[in-house]
Design a protein around this ligand. Sequence first.
Ligand code: 13P
Length: 250
Amino acid sequence: MRPLTMVGNWKMHGSLSANQAFLQELLAAPDLGKKPGRFALCVPYPYLAQVSQLLAHSPVVLGAQDISDHSHGAYTGEVSGQMLKEFGTRYVIVGHSERRAYHHETDDCVARKAKAALLNGITPIICVGETESERDAGQTLPVVRRQLQAVLDLLQNKIADCLIAYEPIWAIGTGRVASPHEAQDVHRELRLQLAKFDADAASKVAILYGGSLKPDNAKEMLAMPDIDGGLVGGASLVAKDFLALCAIDQ
Ligand code: 13P
């Protein structure tokens, strides 16, 4: 059985004082860490140093929200995998729909970013998901298959060292969560696609769901056989909500 994986994506939220208060509350919770699981918080770049220090020796590990596909050089504003590694970053989100939409990241670029993470010993969380109009046109599965295939083509058997997150774009920040069966159908397809490529990886790789996941809808979602955890936006900004998500029994 794959362990529950719960990853918070703070997006562009936080401040030094708010982060401190959040982590104080989170880490004081007596139950955190009693249950086996993988817990991470993906924070904005400027807070990596602060959050890395505060999370030291806790069951929650540090993540980032993006990575350059280059190792170093004249790329103003970019942050390399080596830099992330220096701050103890263990996970990095790649191909989030907000980056695909606002920064025009292509499937190939996302695959290169996943590779850059792996080269630095950082686990990429590769996001896939369809827009509302693609969903209405019955294109959900072709879209997510295309997005995953670009990564498989570049990473080959290294896919075993990645996480995948299915985030239907119409469910992100909207309060409109996919139904557990609807999400399960997509997760199962993604796992079948992995299995055609590498059966061993398919059984190992965690596939997370993201999109308006909250303590009151997560239990049913995480009970689905191919849903191994969550990539959480809004609810990861409230310590008691994130704790409640980490405490769910699958
Ligand atoms: P919400 O949980 O706020 O819908 O965000 C999901 C998400 O985009 C996580 O990466």
